[in-house]
Design a protein around this ligand. Sequence first.
Ligand code: AP5
Ligand code: MG
Length: 216
Amino acid sequence: MMNLILVGPPGSGKGTQAKMLVDKYNIPQISTGDILREAVKEGSPLGKQAKDFMDKGALLPDEVVIGIIEERLKKPDCKGGFILDGFPRTVAQAEALGAILDKMDLKIEYLINIEIDDEELLKRLTGRRTCRKCGKGYHVVFDPPKNKDVCNKCKGELYQRDDDKEDTIKSRLKVYHQQTAPVVEFYQKKNTSRAINGLGKIDEVFQRITDIIERG
Ligand code: AP5
Ligand code: MG
C-alpha cells in the first residue's frame, strides 16, 4: 500500500515521473490537471468552468478540486495505493485531503517535493509536447519523440498545452510560490515530506524518487 503526493512547480516533472511510477508500481496516477483538461476537451460544465482559470494560470476554487479527488479516491483502482499529481495545491486542499483519508482509514506515506529553479522550468515548459491520445509527455530537446509530433507509444498526435505560453507560465509559477509552497511545510510538520533535486536526467530523478519509496 503506497499513497504518494508529487509536488513541485509547473514543469518540475510531476507528470513525467508519475507515469514512470505507474509502470513500476502498478498504482494509478491521479492528476487534477489531466482530469480538468479532459473535462475542457469534452466541453462538460466542469470543463467550461475550468478553462478560464487554466488559461490564466490561476487555481480553480478549492471545493471544486476537492470534490473531484474525493470521488476519484473511492474508485477501486486506488485500493492498492495512488500517486497524487498536482493535488493538494493549497493548505485548504491538504486539510481536506487529510479529512477524506481519515474517513477512509488511509494515510499519505510520502509527499515528494521536486525542487528546481524557475529558469529551468521555463525551458522545459516552452518545449513540452503531450500526446493527445495517451497523455505521454515529451520535450522537443530534452526528450524528443522518434518521429516529429508523433507519440512513440501509441502513434497519437503531439500537441502543445494552451497554458504553456510564457505569460501564463509566469502566472503559474507565481501561484505556485504563493499558494502551493506552504503545502510542503504542512507535510514537513507531519514528517512525511521528502525533498529531491529535480535537475538531471529523467532517469536520475526517477532513481531519487524510488530510493525514497524503497528506503524511506
Ligand atoms: P497541472 O496540469 O497540474 O500543471 P502544473 O502544475 O503547472 O504542472 P505541469 O503539468 O505543467 O508540469 P509537470 O510537473 O507535470 O511537468 P512535466 O512532467 O510535464 O495544472 C494545470 C492547471 O490546472 C493549473 O494551472 C490550474 O488551473 C488547474 N489545477 C490543477 N490542479 C489543481 C488543483 N489541485 N487546484 C486548483 N487548480 C488546479 O514536465 C515538463 C516538461 O519537462 C516536459 O516536456 C518533460 O518532457 C520535460 N522534463 C521532465 N523531466 C525532465 C528532466 N529531468 N530533464 C529535462 N526535461 C524534463
Ligand atoms: Mg503535469
